[in-house]
Design a protein around this ligand. Structure first.
Ligand code: NAD
Length: 502
């Protein structure tokens, strides 16, 4: 089905949103153009057509957004709001998102290329459940009382306690692979704890954040509590990370940019959370049914076109079953129906941009040049649209670039192994440590392997699963700090010690 044939099926709200053509950004409760009037084109990756323009934020816009967030944090209704009111506002926002789930999913699909049906279930569904989870924490932020024994004042009496306080103005900068969900990973804990936010979506996928900004206003958030600055990394992102008015930077994106942001944060002693890249192993033990392993491996790498930070992009299969699993996986890859995200039958959409498509294809070429064999796939899938064939590559060396570096597309490298120690060593042998999955019902081996894996999440007989209550974050160069779970709140709270002589 052609994309144009499906336009009539869009919700009225999606059509109205797109019909505006030119989108402004949200600063201090006002929808404004960039200070100098600059704009950026938004491209549908399935058709390569420009579907909108957004304001291209500049340093002056960042200054205005940080000032608005500061004002909302220091004075006005938000600064006086009780935790239960913050809880109610988050719940109201989650309800509005649920009511607009299809529209959000369609906007995400047209902007990013992903399946609208999956975006509705996963991206919007997880965002809504995460905001509700975080709403519950707003009323459960606690300090503790401490009995002290000051050694050099044995006869004095004190009352001591700790309080948790919001860190202040949060700069939230996110990647394009799950635009709405990544924004909500930042907004949930920031708003539950009483912080204010300047959100900068990725330049490739700014639209869902702008629609979310409208829902935030509809929910009743005071002006300046959430500001959305669209624009690229250099003109809008970097000035935000260097801004002295920012108390915390929370970033999801590449390790390369994460390192720059970590350094910028240190200059202002801003708190920082970095959710970065990955090269996650899928480890298939000897006992695992090859058909189960192949289905699991396909889901682990091809979900969201492989543009997943914890995608299972390295497949290690016990040598006994290696050929069978690779053959089954290749069959599954060949069977995936390629199509645009509004087509309900499509299973593999386009990559987000021409740049990303070219990057992924160039990695496939590098793999070939370094001796890899392409079992299936191997390049661009269509003349129009940024579609890449689901690819399986074998005969690669552990040190090959396609094994060591994040490709961030539908490309998996498969390697056979002999024993548990060897596969544990290979699983850990990249700079990353975001996720890993183990496929087996041999409990003893699974439990021996889990502590050896240096990754923030280990899945067993599943991959890429997330839940609001489970902390998510990286070891090694996959970043530091946690999203989700109770642990996420720590990144948005300071701890104050109160020492009172009585
Ligand atoms: P990217 O680092 O190029 O860009 C991410 C964001 O940073 C964008 O909003 C961009 O505009 C901004 N940015 C770019 N340069 C900047 C600078 N100098 N200063 C400030 N901001 C800047 O990453 P990407 O290509 O958009 O996203 C893909 C990467 O994100 C992959 O490496 C992927 O693994 C990672 N990712 C990680 C997680 C996680 O939770 N660990 C989740 C999703 C994606």
């Amino acid at each position: 089905m052609q994309l144009n044939d499906l336009k009539d099926q869009l919700t009225t709200k999606t059509r109205d949103f797109l019909a505006r053509g030119k989108h402004r950004m949200l600063i201090g409760g006002q929808w404004v153009e960039a200070a100098g009037g600059q704009t950026l084109a938004v491209i549908n990756p399935a058709s390569e057509a420009v579907i909108a323009t957004v304001a291209a934020g500049q340093p002056a816009d960042v200054d205005a957004a940080v000032a608005a967030a500061r004002k909302a944090f220091e004075s006005g209704p938000w600064s006086r709001m009780k935790p239960a009111e913050r809880e109610r506002l988050l719940l109201r926002l989650a309800d509005l998102m649920e009511q607009n789930a299809r529209t959000l999913a369609e906007i995400e699909s047209l902007d990013n290329g992903k399946s609208a049906a999956i975006a509705q279930a996963v991206d919007v569904g997880l965002s809504v459940s995460y905001l509700r989870y975080m709403a519950g924490w707003a009323t459960k932020i606690e300090g503790s009382t401490v009995d002290v024994s000051v050694p050099f004042m044995p006869n004095a009496e004190f009352v001591n306690y700790t309080r948790r306080e919001p860190v202040g103005v949060v700069a939230a900068i996110v990647a394009w692979n799950f635009p709405l969900l990544l924004a909500c990973w930042k907004l949930g804990p920031a708003l539950a704890t009483g912080c204010t936010v300047v959100l900068k979506p990725a330049e490739q996928t700014p639209l869902s954040a702008l629609f979310l900004g409208e829902l935030i206003q509809e929910a009743g958030y005071p002006a300046g509590v959430v500001n959305v600055v669209t624009g690229d990394g250099i003109a809008a992102g970097a000035p935000l990370t260097r801004h002295p008015g920012v108390n915390k930077i929370t970033f999801t994106g590449s390790t390369e940019v994460g390192k720059l942001i970590g350094k910028a944060a240190m200059d202002n002693m801003a708190r920082v959370t970095l959710e970065l890249g990955g090269k996650s192993p899928v480890i298939v033990l000897e006992d695992c049914d090859p058909a189960v392993a192949a289905a699991g491996a396909a889901q682990a790498i091809y979900f969201n076109q492989g543009q997943v930070c914890c995608a299972g992009s390295r497949l290690y299969v016990h040598k006994k079953n290696f050929d069978r699993v690779v053959a089954d996986l290749a069959d599954q890859a060949r069977a995936l129906k390629i199509g645009h995200g509004l087509d309900p039958l499509a299973q593999m959409g386009p990559l987000v941009s021409q740049e990303q498509m070219e990057r992924v294809c160039s990695y496939i070429d590098i793999g070939r040049q370094q001796g890899g064999e392409v079992v299936t796939g191997g390049g661009r899938a269509t003349d129009i649209g940024y579609f890449v064939q689901p690819t399986v590559m074998t005969r690669v060396d552990q040190k090959a670039r396609v094994v060591q570096e994040e490709i961030f597309g539908p490309v998996v490298v498969a390697m056979p192994y002999d024993d548990l120690d060897q596969v544990a060593a290979w699983a850990n042998d990249t700079p990353y440590g975001l996720g890993a999955s183990i496929w087996s019902n041999d409990l003893s081996k699974v439990h021996r392997l889990i502590p050896k894996i240096k990754a923030g999440t280990v899945w067993v007989n599943c991959h890429n699963l997330l839940d609001p209550a489970m902390p998510f974050g990286g070891y090694k160069q996959s970043g530091f700090g946690k999203e989700m779970g109770r642990a996420a709140l720590d990144g948005y709270l300071e701890q104050k010690s109160v020492f009172m002589a009585v």
